[in-house]
Design a protein around this ligand. Sequence first.
Ligand code: FAD
Length: 381
Amino acid sequence: MDFDLTEEQKMLKDTVRKFSEKEILPLTEEMDREEKFIEDLWEKAKPLGFLGMGVPTEYGGMLTDYLSFGLMGEELGKVDAGVATVYGAHGLLCANNIARNGADEQKKKYLPLLASGEKKGCMGLTEPGAGSDATSIRTRAKKQGNEYILNGTKTFISNAPIADIALIYATVDPDLGTGGLCTFIVEKDFPGYQRGRKLSKMGLRSSPTGEIVLEDCHVPEENLLGGIEGKGLKQMFSGLDIERFMWSSLAIGIAQAAFDYALKYSKERQQFGQSIFNFEMIQDKLATMLVEIETSRLLTYKGLTYWDQGKFREARMLAAQAKFYACEMATRVTSEAVHILGGYGYMKEFPVERYMRDAKVFPIGAGTTEVQKLIIAHYLR
Ligand SMILES: Cc1cc2nc3c(=O)[nH]c(=O)nc-3n(C[C@H](O)[C@H](O)[C@H](O)COP(=O)(O)OP(=O)(O)OC[C@H]3O[C@@H](n4cnc5c(N)ncnc54)[C@H](O)[C@@H]3O)c2cc1C
Protein backbone atom coordinates (compact mmCIF):
# COMPACT_ATOMS: atom_id res chain seq x y z
CA MET A 1 0.00 0.00 0.00
CA ASP A 2 1.54 3.28 -1.11
CA PHE A 3 -0.12 6.57 -0.25
CA ASP A 4 2.44 8.74 -2.04
CA LEU A 5 1.60 10.43 -5.29
CA THR A 6 3.99 10.12 -8.23
CA GLU A 7 5.97 13.19 -9.33
CA GLU A 8 3.64 13.53 -12.35
CA GLN A 9 0.55 13.44 -10.13
CA LYS A 10 2.03 16.06 -7.80
CA MET A 11 2.84 18.27 -10.80
CA LEU A 12 -0.68 17.86 -12.17
CA LYS A 13 -2.21 18.81 -8.81
CA ASP A 14 0.04 21.85 -8.63
CA THR A 15 -0.78 22.95 -12.19
CA VAL A 16 -4.54 22.57 -11.65
CA ARG A 17 -4.36 24.44 -8.33
CA LYS A 18 -2.46 27.36 -9.88
CA PHE A 19 -4.83 27.48 -12.87
CA SER A 20 -7.90 27.37 -10.62
CA GLU A 21 -6.66 30.12 -8.34
CA LYS A 22 -5.40 32.38 -11.13
CA GLU A 23 -8.06 31.92 -13.81
CA ILE A 24 -11.24 30.52 -12.22
CA LEU A 25 -11.32 32.10 -8.76
CA PRO A 26 -11.68 35.72 -9.98
CA LEU A 27 -14.77 34.67 -12.02
CA THR A 28 -16.62 32.40 -9.55
CA GLU A 29 -18.79 35.11 -8.03
CA GLU A 30 -19.86 36.45 -11.45
CA MET A 31 -20.58 32.98 -12.86
CA ASP A 32 -22.67 32.09 -9.81
CA ARG A 33 -24.61 35.37 -9.88
CA GLU A 34 -25.17 35.42 -13.64
CA GLU A 35 -25.63 31.65 -13.91
CA LYS A 36 -23.24 31.23 -16.80
CA PHE A 37 -20.02 29.54 -17.78
CA ILE A 38 -17.43 32.03 -18.99
CA GLU A 39 -16.11 30.65 -22.29
CA ASP A 40 -12.67 32.10 -21.67
CA LEU A 41 -12.17 29.30 -19.15
CA TRP A 42 -12.56 26.81 -21.98
CA GLU A 43 -9.99 28.56 -24.13
CA LYS A 44 -7.53 28.89 -21.26
CA ALA A 45 -7.84 25.20 -20.34
CA LYS A 46 -6.98 24.09 -23.89
CA PRO A 47 -3.19 24.58 -23.87
CA LEU A 48 -2.89 22.87 -20.46
CA GLY A 49 -4.43 19.67 -21.82
CA PHE A 50 -7.19 19.54 -19.16
CA LEU A 51 -9.85 19.01 -21.81
CA GLY A 52 -8.09 15.87 -23.05
CA MET A 53 -7.71 14.26 -19.62
CA GLY A 54 -10.04 11.41 -20.62
CA VAL A 55 -8.37 10.75 -23.95
CA PRO A 56 -5.29 8.52 -24.50
CA THR A 57 -2.16 10.28 -25.72
CA GLU A 58 -2.29 8.51 -29.12
CA TYR A 59 -5.46 10.53 -29.86
CA GLY A 60 -4.02 13.82 -28.63
CA GLY A 61 -5.15 13.55 -25.00
CA MET A 62 -3.43 13.39 -21.63
CA LEU A 63 -4.92 10.23 -20.11
CA THR A 64 -2.38 8.52 -17.92
CA ASP A 65 -4.32 7.13 -14.97
CA TYR A 66 -7.73 7.60 -13.38
CA LEU A 67 -6.42 8.62 -9.97
CA SER A 68 -5.14 11.77 -11.72
CA PHE A 69 -8.76 12.55 -12.58
CA GLY A 70 -9.61 12.45 -8.90
CA LEU A 71 -6.72 14.77 -8.06
CA MET A 72 -7.76 17.19 -10.78
CA GLY A 73 -11.42 17.07 -9.70
CA GLU A 74 -10.51 17.78 -6.10
CA GLU A 75 -8.37 20.80 -6.99
CA LEU A 76 -11.00 22.24 -9.36
CA GLY A 77 -13.77 21.45 -6.85
CA LYS A 78 -12.01 23.53 -4.20
CA VAL A 79 -12.48 26.62 -6.35
CA ASP A 80 -15.56 26.02 -8.51
CA ALA A 81 -17.33 22.67 -8.74
CA GLY A 82 -19.47 24.00 -11.60
CA VAL A 83 -16.46 24.65 -13.83
CA ALA A 84 -15.13 21.23 -12.81
CA THR A 85 -18.46 19.77 -14.00
CA VAL A 86 -18.10 21.49 -17.38
CA TYR A 87 -14.67 19.90 -17.88
CA GLY A 88 -15.78 16.57 -16.39
CA ALA A 89 -18.96 16.15 -18.45
CA HIS A 90 -16.87 16.82 -21.55
CA GLY A 91 -13.70 14.89 -20.72
CA LEU A 92 -15.05 11.98 -18.70
CA LEU A 93 -18.72 11.41 -19.47
CA CYS A 94 -18.32 11.97 -23.20
CA ALA A 95 -14.71 11.67 -24.44
CA ASN A 96 -13.56 8.98 -22.02
CA ASN A 97 -16.53 6.75 -22.79
CA ILE A 98 -15.76 7.00 -26.51
CA ALA A 99 -12.11 6.19 -25.70
CA ARG A 100 -13.10 3.07 -23.73
CA ASN A 101 -15.96 1.81 -25.88
CA GLY A 102 -15.60 3.34 -29.33
CA ALA A 103 -14.63 1.54 -32.51
CA ASP A 104 -11.27 2.52 -34.02
CA GLU A 105 -12.79 4.79 -36.67
CA GLN A 106 -14.94 6.54 -34.05
CA LYS A 107 -11.93 7.17 -31.85
CA LYS A 108 -9.89 8.51 -34.77
CA LYS A 109 -12.69 10.83 -35.83
CA TYR A 110 -13.93 12.20 -32.52
CA LEU A 111 -11.24 11.94 -29.86
CA PRO A 112 -8.74 14.45 -31.31
CA LEU A 113 -11.57 17.02 -31.66
CA LEU A 114 -12.62 16.49 -28.04
CA ALA A 115 -9.10 16.27 -26.62
CA SER A 116 -8.06 19.57 -28.17
CA GLY A 117 -11.25 21.27 -27.00
CA GLU A 118 -12.22 22.14 -30.57
CA LYS A 119 -15.53 20.42 -29.81
CA LYS A 120 -17.35 20.27 -26.48
CA GLY A 121 -18.95 17.05 -25.26
CA CYS A 122 -21.82 15.94 -23.04
CA MET A 123 -23.63 12.74 -22.11
CA GLY A 124 -27.42 12.33 -22.34
CA LEU A 125 -28.89 9.47 -20.34
CA THR A 126 -31.56 10.97 -18.04
CA GLU A 127 -35.05 11.60 -19.40
CA PRO A 128 -38.08 13.32 -17.88
CA GLY A 129 -39.49 9.87 -16.98
CA ALA A 130 -36.24 7.97 -16.42
CA GLY A 131 -33.86 9.09 -13.68
CA SER A 132 -32.84 6.57 -11.01
CA ASP A 133 -34.42 3.87 -13.17
CA ALA A 134 -32.03 4.71 -16.01
CA THR A 135 -32.64 1.49 -17.92
CA SER A 136 -36.28 2.54 -18.52
CA ILE A 137 -35.29 5.22 -21.04
CA ARG A 138 -37.74 5.72 -23.87
CA THR A 139 -35.62 7.50 -26.46
CA ARG A 140 -36.10 5.34 -29.51
CA ALA A 141 -33.57 4.56 -32.25
CA LYS A 142 -35.04 3.02 -35.40
CA LYS A 143 -32.79 1.63 -38.09
CA GLN A 144 -33.64 3.09 -41.49
CA GLY A 145 -31.25 2.23 -44.33
CA ASN A 146 -27.76 3.19 -43.22
CA GLU A 147 -29.00 5.54 -40.50
CA TYR A 148 -30.70 5.44 -37.12
CA ILE A 149 -33.61 7.82 -36.52
CA LEU A 150 -33.68 8.98 -32.90
CA ASN A 151 -36.71 10.39 -31.09
CA GLY A 152 -36.83 11.42 -27.44
CA THR A 153 -35.95 14.06 -24.87
CA LYS A 154 -33.04 14.15 -22.46
CA THR A 155 -33.08 16.37 -19.40
CA PHE A 156 -30.73 17.64 -16.66
CA ILE A 157 -27.81 17.21 -19.08
CA SER A 158 -24.60 18.92 -18.01
CA ASN A 159 -23.13 20.93 -20.93
CA ALA A 160 -26.24 20.40 -23.11
CA PRO A 161 -26.53 24.14 -23.82
CA ILE A 162 -22.92 24.35 -25.08
CA ALA A 163 -22.05 20.86 -26.36
CA ASP A 164 -21.22 20.03 -29.98
CA ILE A 165 -21.12 16.26 -29.49
CA ALA A 166 -23.50 14.27 -27.28
CA LEU A 167 -23.33 10.63 -26.24
CA ILE A 168 -26.98 9.64 -26.33
CA TYR A 169 -28.49 6.50 -24.81
CA ALA A 170 -31.48 5.04 -26.65
CA THR A 171 -33.24 1.75 -27.21
CA VAL A 172 -33.55 0.02 -30.57
CA ASP A 173 -36.38 -2.15 -29.23
CA PRO A 174 -38.11 -1.64 -25.85
CA ASP A 175 -39.27 -5.29 -25.97
CA LEU A 176 -35.63 -6.38 -25.67
CA GLY A 177 -35.36 -4.64 -22.25
CA THR A 178 -31.78 -3.71 -21.38
CA GLY A 179 -30.63 -5.83 -24.34
CA GLY A 180 -31.97 -3.13 -26.66
CA LEU A 181 -29.93 -0.30 -25.16
CA CYS A 182 -27.40 1.42 -27.39
CA THR A 183 -25.21 4.51 -27.26
CA PHE A 184 -24.90 6.94 -30.16
CA ILE A 185 -22.41 9.68 -30.92
CA VAL A 186 -24.63 12.54 -32.01
CA GLU A 187 -23.39 15.84 -33.42
CA LYS A 188 -25.35 18.99 -32.75
CA ASP A 189 -25.60 19.67 -36.50
CA PHE A 190 -27.25 16.35 -37.32
CA PRO A 191 -30.77 17.03 -38.66
CA GLY A 192 -33.35 16.75 -35.86
CA TYR A 193 -30.97 17.56 -32.97
CA GLN A 194 -31.96 20.54 -30.85
CA ARG A 195 -30.47 22.07 -27.78
CA GLY A 196 -33.58 22.35 -25.58
CA ARG A 197 -34.25 24.63 -22.61
CA LYS A 198 -31.39 25.77 -20.42
CA LEU A 199 -32.40 24.94 -16.84
CA SER A 200 -31.94 27.26 -13.87
CA LYS A 201 -30.38 25.73 -10.75
CA MET A 202 -29.98 26.28 -6.99
CA GLY A 203 -26.23 25.77 -7.18
CA LEU A 204 -23.45 24.65 -9.51
CA ARG A 205 -24.55 27.65 -11.53
CA SER A 206 -21.35 27.97 -13.59
CA SER A 207 -22.19 24.58 -15.11
CA PRO A 208 -24.77 24.96 -17.90
CA THR A 209 -27.48 22.29 -17.62
CA GLY A 210 -30.26 21.70 -20.10
CA GLU A 211 -32.37 19.51 -22.31
CA ILE A 212 -31.64 17.80 -25.60
CA VAL A 213 -34.58 17.25 -27.93
CA LEU A 214 -34.31 14.63 -30.67
CA GLU A 215 -37.02 14.81 -33.30
CA ASP A 216 -36.40 12.42 -36.17
CA CYS A 217 -32.71 12.98 -35.60
CA HIS A 218 -30.66 11.36 -38.37
CA VAL A 219 -27.60 9.56 -37.02
CA PRO A 220 -25.31 7.64 -39.40
CA GLU A 221 -25.05 3.94 -38.51
CA GLU A 222 -21.29 4.30 -38.09
CA ASN A 223 -22.05 6.47 -35.01
CA LEU A 224 -23.42 3.56 -33.00
CA LEU A 225 -20.82 3.44 -30.20
CA GLY A 226 -18.68 0.33 -30.55
CA GLY A 227 -20.53 -0.63 -33.74
CA ILE A 228 -22.70 -3.37 -32.17
CA GLU A 229 -26.31 -3.01 -30.99
CA GLY A 230 -27.17 -3.95 -27.40
CA LYS A 231 -23.92 -2.82 -25.76
CA GLY A 232 -25.51 0.28 -24.18
CA LEU A 233 -26.02 -1.16 -20.69
CA LYS A 234 -22.35 -2.09 -20.25
CA GLN A 235 -21.24 1.26 -21.68
CA MET A 236 -23.69 3.09 -19.39
CA PHE A 237 -22.64 1.25 -16.21
CA SER A 238 -18.90 1.62 -16.74
CA GLY A 239 -19.45 5.32 -17.53
CA LEU A 240 -21.48 5.74 -14.34
CA ASP A 241 -18.71 4.16 -12.24
CA ILE A 242 -16.22 6.71 -13.53
CA GLU A 243 -18.77 9.52 -13.12
CA ARG A 244 -19.31 8.52 -9.49
CA PHE A 245 -15.61 8.88 -8.74
CA MET A 246 -15.71 12.26 -10.47
CA TRP A 247 -18.55 13.51 -8.25
CA SER A 248 -16.84 12.14 -5.14
CA SER A 249 -13.65 14.02 -6.02
CA LEU A 250 -15.52 17.28 -6.56
CA ALA A 251 -17.36 16.74 -3.27
CA ILE A 252 -14.04 16.29 -1.46
CA GLY A 253 -12.69 19.49 -3.04
CA ILE A 254 -15.67 21.60 -2.09
CA ALA A 255 -15.75 20.19 1.46
CA GLN A 256 -12.04 20.85 1.88
CA ALA A 257 -12.52 24.45 0.75
CA ALA A 258 -15.41 24.92 3.19
CA PHE A 259 -13.38 23.35 6.01
CA ASP A 260 -10.32 25.52 5.31
CA TYR A 261 -12.45 28.65 5.27
CA ALA A 262 -14.29 27.76 8.50
CA LEU A 263 -11.06 26.83 10.30
CA LYS A 264 -9.39 30.13 9.40
CA TYR A 265 -12.51 32.09 10.32
CA SER A 266 -12.86 30.30 13.66
CA LYS A 267 -9.36 31.40 14.63
CA GLU A 268 -10.03 35.03 13.70
CA ARG A 269 -13.58 35.50 15.00
CA GLN A 270 -13.67 36.79 18.56
CA GLN A 271 -16.61 36.20 20.90
CA PHE A 272 -16.65 36.18 24.70
CA GLY A 273 -13.14 37.67 24.62
CA GLN A 274 -11.50 34.86 22.66
CA SER A 275 -11.44 33.20 19.25
CA ILE A 276 -14.40 30.89 18.71
CA PHE A 277 -11.89 28.14 17.81
CA ASN A 278 -11.25 27.81 21.55
CA PHE A 279 -14.80 26.61 22.19
CA GLU A 280 -14.90 22.86 22.36
CA MET A 281 -18.20 22.64 20.48
CA ILE A 282 -16.53 24.39 17.52
CA GLN A 283 -13.51 22.08 17.82
CA ASP A 284 -15.88 19.10 17.78
CA LYS A 285 -17.38 20.30 14.50
CA LEU A 286 -13.97 20.91 12.91
CA ALA A 287 -12.57 17.56 14.01
CA THR A 288 -15.61 15.71 12.65
CA MET A 289 -15.48 17.62 9.36
CA LEU A 290 -11.79 16.84 8.89
CA VAL A 291 -12.16 13.11 9.55
CA GLU A 292 -15.15 12.87 7.20
CA ILE A 293 -13.22 14.58 4.41
CA GLU A 294 -10.21 12.32 4.86
CA THR A 295 -12.43 9.21 4.96
CA SER A 296 -14.02 10.27 1.68
CA ARG A 297 -10.60 10.82 0.15
CA LEU A 298 -9.40 7.37 1.17
CA LEU A 299 -12.50 5.67 -0.28
CA THR A 300 -12.30 7.61 -3.53
CA TYR A 301 -8.58 7.27 -4.11
CA LYS A 302 -8.61 3.58 -3.18
CA GLY A 303 -11.38 3.00 -5.73
CA LEU A 304 -9.57 4.93 -8.43
CA THR A 305 -6.36 3.03 -7.69
CA TYR A 306 -8.23 -0.27 -8.06
CA TRP A 307 -9.66 0.99 -11.36
CA ASP A 308 -6.13 1.82 -12.53
CA GLN A 309 -5.01 -1.68 -11.48
CA GLY A 310 -7.82 -3.27 -13.51
CA LYS A 311 -9.65 -4.54 -10.38
CA PHE A 312 -12.99 -3.41 -11.75
CA ARG A 313 -15.29 -5.38 -9.46
CA GLU A 314 -13.65 -3.94 -6.34
CA ALA A 315 -13.54 -0.48 -7.95
CA ARG A 316 -17.25 -0.60 -8.80
CA MET A 317 -18.19 -1.41 -5.20
CA LEU A 318 -15.97 1.46 -4.03
CA ALA A 319 -17.44 3.84 -6.62
CA ALA A 320 -20.85 3.38 -4.99
CA GLN A 321 -19.43 3.66 -1.46
CA ALA A 322 -17.37 6.75 -2.28
CA LYS A 323 -20.26 8.42 -4.11
CA PHE A 324 -22.65 7.77 -1.22
CA TYR A 325 -20.27 8.79 1.55
CA ALA A 326 -18.34 11.69 -0.02
CA CYS A 327 -21.40 13.37 -1.51
CA GLU A 328 -23.43 13.19 1.71
CA MET A 329 -20.32 14.32 3.57
CA ALA A 330 -20.02 17.44 1.39
CA THR A 331 -23.56 18.52 2.27
CA ARG A 332 -22.83 18.05 6.01
CA VAL A 333 -19.43 19.74 5.95
CA THR A 334 -20.53 22.76 3.91
CA SER A 335 -23.58 23.20 6.14
CA GLU A 336 -21.37 23.07 9.25
CA ALA A 337 -19.03 25.63 7.66
CA VAL A 338 -21.96 28.01 7.21
CA HIS A 339 -22.86 27.41 10.85
CA ILE A 340 -19.34 28.14 12.10
CA LEU A 341 -19.45 31.51 10.32
CA GLY A 342 -22.78 32.27 12.01
CA GLY A 343 -24.78 35.05 10.30
CA TYR A 344 -21.82 35.85 8.06
CA GLY A 345 -21.97 32.32 6.71
CA TYR A 346 -25.47 32.98 5.43
CA MET A 347 -24.39 36.10 3.53
CA LYS A 348 -23.46 36.00 -0.14
CA GLU A 349 -20.23 37.90 0.42
CA PHE A 350 -18.73 34.79 2.04
CA PRO A 351 -18.08 31.76 -0.20
CA VAL A 352 -19.45 29.13 2.18
CA GLU A 353 -23.07 29.83 1.23
CA ARG A 354 -22.21 28.99 -2.40
CA TYR A 355 -20.35 25.86 -1.31
CA MET A 356 -23.48 24.72 0.55
CA ARG A 357 -25.77 25.35 -2.44
CA ASP A 358 -23.29 23.69 -4.81
CA ALA A 359 -22.84 20.66 -2.54
CA LYS A 360 -26.56 19.88 -2.40
CA VAL A 361 -26.47 18.40 -5.89
CA PHE A 362 -23.81 15.80 -5.13
CA PRO A 363 -26.07 13.23 -3.45
CA ILE A 364 -28.48 13.57 -6.42
CA GLY A 365 -26.46 13.56 -9.68
CA ALA A 366 -24.91 10.37 -11.14
CA GLY A 367 -27.26 8.20 -9.08
CA THR A 368 -28.75 9.32 -5.78
CA THR A 369 -27.53 8.18 -2.38
CA GLU A 370 -30.40 5.68 -2.24
CA VAL A 371 -29.31 4.21 -5.57
CA GLN A 372 -25.71 3.89 -4.32
CA LYS A 373 -26.98 2.01 -1.25
CA LEU A 374 -28.94 -0.33 -3.53
CA ILE A 375 -25.76 -1.01 -5.53
CA ILE A 376 -23.79 -1.71 -2.35
CA ALA A 377 -26.54 -4.07 -1.17
CA HIS A 378 -26.47 -5.80 -4.58
CA TYR A 379 -22.79 -6.66 -4.00
CA LEU A 380 -23.68 -8.04 -0.57
CA ARG A 381 -26.08 -10.63 -1.98
C1 FAD B 1 -27.00 19.35 -11.82
C2 FAD B 1 -27.30 18.03 -12.44
C3 FAD B 1 -26.53 17.56 -13.50
C4 FAD B 1 -26.83 16.36 -14.13
N1 FAD B 1 -26.08 15.97 -15.22
C5 FAD B 1 -26.49 14.89 -15.92
C6 FAD B 1 -25.82 14.54 -17.15
O1 FAD B 1 -24.83 15.18 -17.56
N2 FAD B 1 -26.30 13.49 -17.88
C7 FAD B 1 -27.37 12.74 -17.45
O2 FAD B 1 -27.75 11.82 -18.16
N3 FAD B 1 -28.00 13.03 -16.28
C8 FAD B 1 -27.60 14.09 -15.51
N4 FAD B 1 -28.25 14.41 -14.35
C9 FAD B 1 -29.40 13.59 -13.92
C10 FAD B 1 -29.13 12.79 -12.64
O3 FAD B 1 -28.32 11.69 -12.92
C11 FAD B 1 -30.52 12.41 -12.07
O4 FAD B 1 -31.12 13.60 -11.58
C12 FAD B 1 -30.43 11.36 -10.98
O5 FAD B 1 -30.03 10.12 -11.50
C13 FAD B 1 -31.77 11.20 -10.24
O6 FAD B 1 -32.84 11.01 -11.12
P1 FAD B 1 -34.16 11.91 -10.96
O7 FAD B 1 -33.72 13.31 -10.82
O8 FAD B 1 -35.10 11.58 -12.04
O9 FAD B 1 -34.78 11.48 -9.56
P2 FAD B 1 -35.79 10.17 -9.26
O10 FAD B 1 -35.20 9.00 -9.90
O11 FAD B 1 -37.14 10.62 -9.67
O12 FAD B 1 -35.67 10.10 -7.72
C14 FAD B 1 -36.47 10.87 -6.83
C15 FAD B 1 -36.21 10.37 -5.39
O13 FAD B 1 -36.64 8.99 -5.29
C16 FAD B 1 -35.58 8.21 -4.78
N5 FAD B 1 -35.63 6.87 -5.36
C17 FAD B 1 -35.74 6.52 -6.68
N6 FAD B 1 -35.71 5.19 -6.80
C18 FAD B 1 -35.57 4.68 -5.55
C19 FAD B 1 -35.47 3.36 -5.03
N7 FAD B 1 -35.49 2.28 -5.82
N8 FAD B 1 -35.34 3.22 -3.68
C20 FAD B 1 -35.30 4.29 -2.87
N9 FAD B 1 -35.37 5.57 -3.32
C21 FAD B 1 -35.51 5.75 -4.64
C22 FAD B 1 -34.31 8.94 -5.22
O14 FAD B 1 -33.19 8.57 -4.43
C23 FAD B 1 -34.72 10.39 -5.02
O15 FAD B 1 -34.58 10.76 -3.69
C24 FAD B 1 -27.92 15.58 -13.67
C25 FAD B 1 -28.69 16.03 -12.58
C26 FAD B 1 -28.40 17.22 -11.97
C27 FAD B 1 -29.26 17.68 -10.82
